[in-house]
Design a protein around this ligand. Structure first.
Ligand code: FBP
Length: 552
């Protein structure tokens, strides 16, 4: 494999551990905190997790290691979408296991959760693992979105683990994967399998966080990567002064990524899905809001600007959600065949008009034709519209264009509007992890090995105090059940980790609202530039604005 100079240099980088984990394995002891309760629905969660509910929060400290000395054979999987730093979780886990006892073994199951079912694995050694230190991607073992949630699957997982003598599994994933980790931990405990299960909080979306988990890994690097590109686009816009750029950024549901990018770059507009839902904004109202900025800037002679659109936005628009639900119903089962058999778009359009309520049809009717057609082309295996595939950046620029045409007609707008579109998603998920993510991930993996050594199960590896230098980070573990509540999913009540949406009374959103009116009209762009890996700490180690504001 040919290596870039940066990759060679990153191999030399030593990720920083929390101070309390730096003295060698023999000097790490446990401090037991208080017993925990789930965030809601305590009685129901307790009944569902009789063996793993209510355990104590723990932190690690410097002191005599009192863990039972035994050989550890551990399995690890990466689950869901890629997030920068995943390799370092595996490296931290491996290094802690080997530092404890060179005879310890780490299995990496390939392709995500399905690797555990199919018993597809690699056994890590130094030569293999060293190629992946401080690199982006999940290619060390691959990832996947198979859900591990049924008792049949758990039985196979246990059988495969027993075959290899595996006594612990580490599941690196988002809220769903860690929910499933908790259920698997409970299954393993209830069946006296002797297999521990530990989770690690991953997702660039930033929606796996709560009072215990300050942030999921990958959010830092992905948002810095998108912000670099948005900053570059802003500079181009400010140089050419002729385009409005509509930039959609990833984040399947919550708008944390969009908000963080806005805090870093100060664009003219950033939509926040959670606000759109709270204010029950319609598509027309959102278009009007963006057009206000376009018109105000045009009045100053500035026919350019930048708008950030979160990937998950349309699901937060109440009228759009109703429309989607109606379309799903309209095409349910065999009705889809009748629809697909219609020869021309005009026939399909008539079918849709006939099938939707008047209110939903009026929403449908204002969509540009390419978006209308997208709603019917891109459907998942259950026949449902795949909302994440809707090109919302194009949708909003088309609606703004119409809005401005109306303003032009009534003489309230005299500018020029020329829009360009971008989607920033995959280009951020496998970037070289920032120093923060390299350190945080390595610490999460190292810490997971300590949780295993001390016999914990059903815990999430927790590293906190992240706004401080790594030396002051606090390492420990939190029972996953503490983060759970009961939610309705696919028609049934399920215990799940609460997904964190943007809090409208939280410090990051407040800071944004205090500044956005000025950003909308003035040109206040900030150009963050590329992630720096070497140089002064204030340039290389600073984490996100979101975390800084939340912890201020
Ligand atoms: P995770 O929640 O699994 O971390 O993935 C998040 C994400 O990156 C979203 O931002 C995006 O909508 C989605 O994955 C894309 O998924 P896929 O990789 O399957 O196209």
């Amino acid at each position: 494999m040919k290596l870039s100079p940066l990759q060679k240099a990153r191999y030399q980088y030593n990720p920083k551990l929390p101070g309390m984990l730096r003295n060698g394995i023999s000097e790490i002891c446990v401090s037991c905190g208080s017993a925990t309760e789930s965030v809601a629905d305590q009685e129901k969660i307790k009944a569902l997790f009789p063996n793993t509910y209510g355990k104590n929060e723990i932190t690690f400290q410097k002191g005599q290691n009192t863990a039972e000395a035994k050989k550890q054979v551990v399995g690890v999987i990466l689950s869901g979408g890629q997030a920068p730093g995943g390799h370092n979780v595996v490296c931290g886990l491996y290094d802690a296991l080997k530092a404890t006892d060179p005879e310890n073994v780490l299995y990496g199951f390939k392709g995500g959760p399905s690797g555990l079912i199919e018993d597809s694995y690699v056994i890590f050694d130094d030569e293999y693992i060293n190629q992946f230190r401080n690199t982006g991607g999940f290619d060390i073992i691959g990832s996947g979105r198979t859900k591990l949630e049924t008792e049949e699957q758990f039985a196979i997982v246990v059988e495969n683990c027993k075959k290899h003598g595996i006594n612990a599994l580490v599941i690196i994933g988002g809220d769903d994967s860690n929910t499933n980790a908790a259920v698997l931990a409970e299954y393993c405990a209830a069946h006296n399998t002797g297999i521990q299960v530990i989770g690690c909080p991953k997702t660039i979306d930033g929606d796996l966080k709560n009072e215990d988990i300050e942030c999921s890994f990958g959010f830092d690097t992905a948002t810095k990567t998108y912000s670099e590109i948005i900053g570059n686009i802003q500079r181009d816009a400010n140089s050419a002064k002729k385009y409005w750029h509509f930039v959609k950024v990833m984040g399947r549901s919550a708008s944390h990524v969009a908000l963080e990018c806005a805090l870093q770059t100060q664009p003219n507009i950033c939509l926040v899905g959670e606000e759109v839902a709270a204010k029950k904004m319609s598509l027309a109202a959102i278009a009007d809001y963006i057009a206000d900025s376009v018109a105000a800037r045009a009045a100053k002679g500035w026919n350019f600007g930048v708008a950030i659109i979160p990937e998950g936005i349309v699901e937060f628009v109440p009228e759009f959600s109703v429309l989607i639900a109606e379309i799903n119903e309209l095409l349910a089962g065999e009705k889809a065949d009748a629809f697909n058999a219609l020869p021309a778009w005009s026939d399909k359009y008539a079918f849709i008009k006939n099938g939707l309520t008047e209110a939903s049809f009026s929403v449908f009717d204002i969509l540009p034709e390419n978006i209308q057609q997208q709603l019917f082309l891109e459907r998942d295996p259950h026949g449902n519209v795949q909302v994440s595939l809707i090109e919302s950046e194009k949708l909003f620029s088309a609606l703004v264009k119409d809005n401005l045409a109306a303003r032009k007609a009534n003489g309230t707008y005299k500018g020029k509007f020329s829009a360009l579109h971008h989607f920033l998603g995959y280009e951020g998920r496998c970037a070289f992890p920032s120093n923060f993510d390299a350190d945080y991930c390595y610490s999460l993996g190292y810490n997971a090995a300590m949780l295993i050594q001390y016999g914990y199960t059903g815990y999430l590896s927790k590293v906190s105090n992240l706004q401080a230098p790594a030396e002051e980070w606090v390492a420990g573990g939190m029972p996953i059940t503490k983060m759970m509540n009961i939610e309705r999913r696919h028609g049934a009540d399920k215990p799940v980790i609460r997904k964190a949406l943007v809090e409208l009374d939280g410090a990051p959103f407040k800071y944004f609202t205090e500044n956005r009116e000025k950003w909308a009209v003035e040109t206040c762009f900030v150009y963050p530039g590329a992630i720096q890996y070497f140089g002064p700490s204030e340039v290389c180690d600073a984490t996100t604005k979101t975390l800084a504001l939340e912890k201020a």
